[in-house]
Design a protein around this ligand. Sequence first.
Ligand code: COI
Length: 356
Amino acid sequence: MNSDMITIDVQKTQHSRLPGLDINNLPFGKVFSDHMYLAEYHDGKWGRTRIVPFGNLHMSPASSVMHYGQSIFEGLKAYRSDEGNVVIFRPTANQKRLNVSAQRMAMPDVPENVFMEGLNELIRIDQNWVPTGDGRSLYIRPFLFATDDYIGVKPSDSYMFMIIASPVGDYYGHPLRVKIEKTFFRAVEGGVGFVKASGNYGRSLYPSALAKKDGYDQLIWTDGREHKYVEESGTMNLMFIIGDKLITPSLSDTILAGITRDSVLTIARDWGLKVEERRIEVDEVIAGLKDGSLKEAFGTGTAATVAHIYEIGYEGVDYKLPELTSNSFSERVDKELDNIRRGRVEDIHNWVHKVC
Ligand code: COI
């Protein structure tokens, strides 16, 4: 397949589930739109692409993804603008990042046309699933997985790329109480922490479940070598306002290059805020919590958007953060991102991609 337009076979559902959607009750990722997109890779090239009603897949139990986890994914969102258009936020950034993940996991690139045309067509067909209302969006999940029916350990020769979509409200819906993790780690140098490998999330579940038992919503991961530096929080990149600076861990092979992270940093710089991307010691965070110079802590991510942290636990002590005000940076940047997506302010960075 070359970079020309692709042909997508479309089979539409005869029984839309949209009339049964309760717009006021949108738990994250449990309800899916009417259709899904599939693209198949065999013999070194991308072939059949289709959109069909959302439904189960037929797979061999020997399918290599189930045994060795050759599986990666992305997350992005479609929004309803104030004018009623359907727009997607920074989709080409996701397409590029998917291929960074693909390379690290010994998988084939998903070409821009296979990704973008499938995405556009799926969201155009399921456009009525994009909810109106602040805080609501259509979460889009592209994913790529190995499909060889073979349980020898090697990169698969065949793959499936798919996109599904889910109308969602807030991921967390409340400010977070997080614990700085010092026993388990999420990623180490030379590993896969910087890519969206499915296994990164699977491995986080046990330590997160332990923290949940103690009443924490999420973990703050620290580096796998010394547990000395903060890295990410749960499904999000991590940011702090300390003094008059916005400080966030610099990108490395243990930290995901979040697209919301990049958007927040770009807006902060546009606004003239001092931004530091660097390693941050746990001790610096704790000192800031103790002396009051740490004013805000928040996570950024597609699903979570901007998620406020109200309490941080470390070595058995819980530290409360100052109350947010409408002037707090995280409040303002959250609003600004929404204003850009909804077409309320000028999209100076060309982030908004109009579907229809
Ligand atoms: C996203 O924010 O899109 C993510 O991928 C996090 C997800 C695991 C909920």
